[in-house]
Design a protein around this ligand. Structure first.
Ligand code: FAD
Length: 288
């Protein structure tokens, strides 16, 4: 399969990249690792006339700590996330989720920015960003703005990003030391997108859950933040009844499609199952 004709642009600064996107309009797309964009161009589901490659733009890579936030450059690859000592210490759930994305070849090129900007509910990182209450920094022709991930996803492949905006960094509040975490993903085979997946972070003090957040992947048109499911855990001892309540509340907000990954009812139940498993594993990792 061969993509349609397009013109390739390689700006060397962020200002130049934004100016190109603003000038070229609807028919231009930023290009990061290309592992979501190029496949849809090959099948002609997307036929942009211009690709603006971000690979030559400096300052879009790397992981750093800024006070209580972990800041990750949009062009940081999934491979680099897996190898980051700072993330291993402060946000190990990012490593866990990256390791179940696709395969090593894709992770060498696929970026965090591309994964979250794509708007595909099958991508693993967006639900994790909802769970962690991440903020996205966008730079466009009118300047810079920050948007919560929880406000970013509007529909399948539809996000709050304007066409001329580039996602430059992802800012994640650092969870407290000793927090429990887990990303549970059910997939048909290695390298596949999720049938259903759940991200959980929680904090336990004196035997009770004092903070919790849950995100769901690929069980609706957008990634889901399962607020009521997390609320069902807070104040509880994370016994079987509390975990079952959270799983039921998570299932209630899903609206999966029936497709090659299974009928909708099965995928809804699997979302609940992933939530249950993720809570149990997060609980076992939390320092009470
Ligand atoms: P690109 O493909 O370059 O871009 C994706 C979209 O985001 C495009 O619309 C592009 O214009 C836009 N974009 C990219 N960067 C920016 C930016 N900085 N600012 C604004 N817009 C931007 N992903 C998963 O999460 N889970 C999986 O299990 C999984 N399995 C896969 C299996 C296969 C066989 C393949 C080919 C891909 C798979 N992926 C999976 C997708 C992979 O992780 C992609 O690399 C990732 O989703 C997109 O990142 P990218 O850097 O390749 O972005």
């Amino acid at each position: 399969m061969i993509p349609g004709v397009f013109e390739y642009h390689r700006p060397s600064s962020l200002q130049e990249a934004v100016a190109l996107l603003a000038q070229l309009g609807e028919e231009a797309r930023p290009l990061a690792g290309g592992h979501s964009l190029i496949p849809v161009m090959k099948t002609r589901l997307s036929t942009p006339e211009h690709l603006v490659d971000l690979a030559g733009v400096s300052g879009l890579k790397g992981v750093r700590q800024e006070r209580e936030q972990i800041v990750i450059g949009a062009m940081t690859t999934q491979y680099e996330i897996i190898g980051s000592p700072l993330l291993a210490e402060k946000l190990p759930i990012l490593r866990e989720a990256s390791l179940v994305i696709a395969d090593p070849q894709i992770r060498y090129l696929g970026t965090l920015g591309g994964n979250v900007a794509n708007g595909d509910p099958g991508n693993d990182m967006p639900a994790l960003m909802l769970c962690l209450d991440a903020e996205y920094e966008l730079v466009g022709r009118d300047g810079q703005r920050r948007l919560r991930a929880r406000d970013f996803y509007l529909g399948a492949y539809d996000t709050a990003r304007q066409n001329h905006e580039i996602l430059t960094e992802i800012r994640i509040p650092s969870p407290p030391a000793g927090h429990g975490y887990a990303y549970e993903k059910l997939k048909r085979k290695i390298g596949d997108y999720a049938v259903a997946a759940a991200a959980v972070v929680l904090t336990i003090a004196n035997g009770k859950c004092v903070a919790a957040s849950i995100g769901l992947t690929n069980v609706a048109d957008t990634p889901l933040w399962a607020e009521a499911a997390a609320q069902a855990l807070i104040g509880a001892g994370l016994d079987r009844a509390a975990i079952a309540n959270a799983a039921t509340a998570a299932e209630a907000i899903t609206d999966p499609a029936s497709d090659g990954r299974g009928p909708a009812e099965y995928r809804r139940k699997m979302a609940g199952m992933m939530v249950r498993r993720a809570i149990e594993r997060a609980k076992s990792r939390a320092q009470a």
